[in-house]
Structures are given as structure tokens and as C-alpha cells.
Design a protein around this ligand. Structure first.
Ligand SMILES: Cc1ncc(COP(=O)(O)O)c(C=O)c1O
Length: 392
């Protein structure tokens, strides 16, 4: 038997045995980590006893403190979700006019601008990091530009120094959508400590979840105070309202749940690192499939495992592979497809033209995020890879 035939037979053996075992089970792109129920119940009993359900209760305060310590950030304000955190972050600095941002992100990034009456101005992404390309920012600046809003896509840090240089030169604020960047460090410092403000998402699909949830990280006490007012309708006392606030408070049940989640987050990230390593080992020599490499000096959180399909080399399009995986009950996600700039809300903007966004337009056609979560079985990872390989 030649090597190719042997490989194919190993692949189909693996496929058959795991497929049999799966018996219709779905392999989703992620599976949330939940805290031990037996540890959560006494907290719930405590909340039931106190009847303090929301509005800066005991667990809210404790969770904020624990998060600031864990993340190594000076000030944090927890939110009911990441989108409201982002909308509030922009309100907090009264950002107006135009904001330069990336089209290669989850749609909430630009929606937060839209909800503030701000025009997103899309600039292209860097072909290696897939984050907003600092070399494309200056050309997008106009007299209406007030801020840059980059996204640390998949938790990979943006070129924070280059972006800050441009912001300093032109007098712009930097608002990071760091929804994916929980526990990511650059040279020992949290990536959340860059720019004027960062937001996190604690949605069920994220590395760290409070079911729904989010946070704003800021640099000084006065800003933290203003954010705390803004997330509570703008109330700065019983009768004083400092501005058009919103209701974006996290409740006590989620704050207690979040406190428990902090206990297992490092183990979860370690397990994700191992899964990533395994995927990379198994996929490294597959023609037409590429992936992102770790960056030196960065502590990654391995929140996603995106692969990129070069249809000429691989012999099939991204969508053909995506459908093939689905036929095997493997539900990857095409994050981020379509580009934000391709949705009707934004597609008419001058900056949304395909010509302006050539790298993003190419990447969005190639990406599939493969299933990754801390307890994904080794056999399932092997099975997923065998399906990718068997179509060659
Ligand atoms: C990049 C990005 N920004 C913002 C959000 C919004 O966060 P949330 O779902 O917590 O509102 C998400 C994800 O959900 C996201 O992936």
C-alpha cells in the first residue's frame, strides 16, 4: 500500500469509529464552560436570602475587584453585555462624527458606532494579524474623525504602538473592541491596558462567560465613575442625572456566577492551548489550509481556531469544505463572513467598497473557525481533521 492509500485508510478508519460513537451528536464551534452547580447553589441561596438582585450589590462589587486583579487592569466596570459596554464606552468620551474601524469583526463593533450616530469608516486589515492595518489608518482620517476603534480579532493583539502613534499625532481617542481578548497579555502586560478604553464580552460563546455579560476597562477613577453612572441611566445620586445613560448593569446572579468562573479560567485556557497545538500538528502539512501562528511575547487565550482555505491549493472552496463538515455534524463558523461592510446598513458607505478593503475581502472568503472548547475530545479533533483531509 503506498503512503497516500495508507493515509486514506487511516482517515476512514478514524472517521468510521468516531462517526459511529458520535451517533448524531453535533460538534458545535464552541461549548460553554459552566461553574460547578454545587458551588453556585449556596451563592444563589445567599442572594435569595438578601433579596439584593442588582444595582451594585455585594457580588457585583466582589466580581469587579476580582476581575481587575485577575486581568491586571486599574479600573473595570462590569456590564450586562459587550455591545452595551461598547456603546457606553463611545458615549463616555462623547465620540462623534467618524470613527476608523475594521470591517473584519462581529457586526456589533460597527453597530455600537451606528447606535451613537457615528459613521464607521472602514480601513483594510493586515494580512498576517487580520487586525486593522495601521498603514491604512492615516489615509482614512478626515476633519470629522474623532477616534480609532480597532478590534483584537480572535484575541490576537493589534499593533497597539503604531495605532497609538497615529492617535497621538492626530489627537484621536482609541477605543478597543477587546471582546475576544480576555486574559491576553503582551510582554507581561494586559492588552486591555492599551488605548483610552477597552471593552470585553462575557457572552456564552466567549473564553470567559457570565452567560451574557461584558466590561469596560479604563485608565482613571473619574472615567470609571462616569461609566458607572452611564450604565445606570446616568444617575450620580438619588436625584442627579449626568447625561443620557442607559441600563446596562450586570445582575447579582451573573456576578456570582462570574466569580466562580474565575477559578477555572486558567485551566480552560491551558486546555485550549493543547487543543490548538493538536490542530496545528495535524493540519500543518495539509495543502491549501493555513492558520494563525502564536506571536512571540504574547500570552494567547486560544479563543478561536480559524483556518483559511486556499481553494486552488486545497482543491475545494471554503464553502464546499464548510458544507462537507456540516454533513459530518461538524458546525464550524465562518467568522467573519460576510464583512461588516457588506451588510446593507453599511454597504453604501464610500469606505465599504471592495477596492478599499482588498485584504479583508479575500480573507472573508477563506475562513472557517473550527470547533474549539476546553473539553473537546482528542478523537473529535482528529475526526474533524480527518474530514478536512479526506476531501483532498
Ligand atoms: C468583536 C465583538 N465585539 C462585540 C461583541 C458583542 O458582545 P456581546 O455579545 O457580549 O454583546 C462580540 C460578540 O459577541 C464580538 O465578537
Amino acid at each position: 500500500m503506498n503512503t497516500m492509500k495508507l493515509n486514506q485508510s487511516l482517515v476512514s478508519n478514524c472517521e468510521n469509529s468516531v462517526a459511529k460513537e458520535l451517533k448524531g451528536r453535533l460538534i458545535n464551534v464552541t461549548s460553554p464552560v459552566l461553574p460547578p452547580l454545587e458551588e453556585f447553589i449556596p451563592m444563589l441561596e445567599d442572594i435569595w436570602e438578601s433579596k439584593w438582585l442588582t444595582n451594585n450589590g455585594k457580588y457585583h462589587q466582589e466580581f469587579e475587584k476580582a476581575l481587575a486583579d485577575y486581568l491586571g487592569v486599574p479600573y473595570i466596570s462590569i456590564f450586562s453585555n459587550g455591545t452595551l459596554a461598547l456603546i457606553t464606552a463611545l458615549q463616555c468620551f462623547k465620540i462623534t462624527g467618524e470613527v476608523i474601524t475594521t470591517p473584519y469583526s462581529f457586526v456589533a463593533s460597527s453597530h455600537a458606532l451606528h447606535w451613537n450616530g457615528i459613521e464607521p469608516v472602514f480601513a483594510d486589515i493586515d494580512p498576517v494579524s487580520l487586525n486593522l492595518d495601521p498603514n491604512k489608518i492615516e489615509a482614512a482620517i478626515t476633519s470629522k474623525t474623532t477616534a480609532i476603534m480597532p478590534v483584537h480579532v480572535y484575541g490576537n493583539p493589534c499593533d497597539v504602538k503604531a495605532i497609538q502613534n497615529i492617535a497621538d499625532t492626530y489627537g484621536l481617542k482609541v477605543i478597543y473592541d477587546a471582546a475576544h481578548a480576555f486574559s491576553v497579555d503582551v510582554n507581561g502586560d494586559s492588552v486591555l491596558n492599551y488605548g483610552d478604553i477597552s471593552i470585553l464580552s462575557f457572552h456564552a460563546t466567549k473564553v470567559f462567560n457570565t452567560i451574557e455579560g461584558g466590561a469596560i476597562i479604563c485608565r482613571d477613577e473619574a472615567t470609571k465613575k462616569r461609566i458607572d453612572y452611564l450604565k445606570n441611566f446616568g444617575f450620580a445620586g438619588e436625584t442627579k442625572v449626568i447625561g443620557p445613560g442607559i441600563n446596562a448593569k450586570m445582575n447579582e446572579l451573573q456576578a456570582a456566577y462570574g466569580l466562580l468562573q474565575l477559578k477555572s479560567i486558567d485551566i480552560s485556557i491551558d486546555k485550549r492551548r493543547n487543543v490548538t497545538k493538536l490542530y496545528k500538528t495535524l493540519l500543518r502539512d495539509v495543502k491549501g489550509i493555513s492558520f494563525l501562528e502564536d506571536i512571540e511575547g504574547v500570552k494567547h487565550n486560544y479563543s478561536y481556531f480559524p483556518i483559511f482555505v486556499d481553494e486552488k491549493e486545497y482543491g475545494k472552496t471554503r464553502d464546499e469544505l464548510y458544507e462537507e463538515l456540516k454533513r459530518h455534524n461538524i458546525f464550524g463558523r465562518r467568522y467573519f463572513y460576510p464583512l461588516i461592510s457588506q451588510f446593507p446598513t453599511y454597504s453604501g458607505l464610500p469606505s465599504a467598497s471592495a477596492d478599499n478593503l482588498q485584504v479583508a475581502e479575500a480573507i472573508t472568503k477563506q475562513v472557517i473557525c473550527l470547533p474549539i472548547y476546553p473539553d473537546i475530545e482528542i478523537d473529535i479533533v482528529k475526526y474533524i481533521v480527518s474530514v478536512i483531509k479526506s476531501r483532498l
